[in-house]
Design a protein around this ligand. Sequence first.
Ligand code: CP3
Length: 366
Amino acid sequence: MSAEFPPLQNDLILRVFKGEKTERAPVWCMRQAGRYLPEFREIRVEFDFFKVCRTPELACEVTLQPIRRYEGLLDASIIFCDILVIPQAMGMEVLMIPGKGPHFPKPLDTPADMLELIDLGDGYNADTELKYAYDAITLTRHKLEGKVPLFGFIGAPWTLMAYMIEGGGSKTFAKAKAWLWKYPESVHELLERITNVSIDFLKGQVKAGAQILQVFDSWAGELSHDDYMEFSFPYMKKIAFELQKTFPEIPIVAFPKGLHSKTLETIALETDYTGISLDWTADVEGLISNLEPKMCAINKPLVLQGNLDPTVLYADKHVIESKTENMCKKFSSVKYVANLGHGMMPTHDPEHLKWFLEAVHKYSRI
Ligand code: CP3
């Protein structure tokens, strides 16, 4: 299948995930396609957010926008889609409200509402519900002309469950967390169901042409270590295990935002994730010095991604350069993919992102 795609010209990021030391760190940015780009906003004037996700030509176009604008500076692309397409595929309505973010008109209130979710058992086929995403990936792989590899992605089961119960973003996650204590059995059933469709969806993305995968656990940091180990870790672990079993050559990255070192170490040591993406609050030096010998002992390379605070991109060129240099130094002893610690923001200046990318090219050379 992949033989039909144009040959890859830049495999820097794939080499890092294989555990190779590279001439410089590859770099890409979460939300590199988005509202900070005027060319993206132009498309959004005409089309609703999920219309863009569901129309392969539009999803492909916005995926390519940053690759075109930052020609030669980005080392990976990420398919334009959203983590909330899985709740949609499970039968929930999700709207994207301008200026507010995602909104579920009918969130899950009690476990009885789970009866209305589409049963994702044997009969269900993620291939039909989410075919538009596969078509977008295949088209994008062709249109990329082998310039850089293409990421596919999903949201972690805990993060998706939180959205499905809260009905959108939240400051406290009181509703989703109340479910953990009130309905633990239903919670595990729901997490299992989300996990199963997520595995199907990721496998479908690889078959369609995704070359690297990332699992966004955006709300991981809302859970204590023990609760993360109960309500997120087993499902995260299962996803990586199943994907690595079927597609051992496809790297899979975990982005468990907001976790402390102990939990991050457990993910690195006890799961099949090829790499871990850190946010800007992580203790990078402490984590590396503790974890590196332990990874060595189990013969697994430590591959880390991250972690510039995205708000640094509001600074001037000099500050962006020095913060980026400092970041590259901290990661210099491990296999490293440079990135932000979270996504681009709508008010970022595209020129400032260019300064960040150039600084990575300059300061991560060995
Ligand atoms: O460029 C890329 O990174 C690929 C596309 C991508 C989007 N969402 C596009 C998007 C990816 C990887 C995501 C993942 C995603 N979606 C996450 C995990 C990463 C994270 O940010 O923690 C989450 C939590 C979501 C859910 C979601 N989708 C939220 C909270 C929002 C609102 C954000 C906002 O700033 O308004 C979205 C909408 C969204 N997803 C936008 C984009 C470009 C902006 C919406 C718009 O165009 O109106």
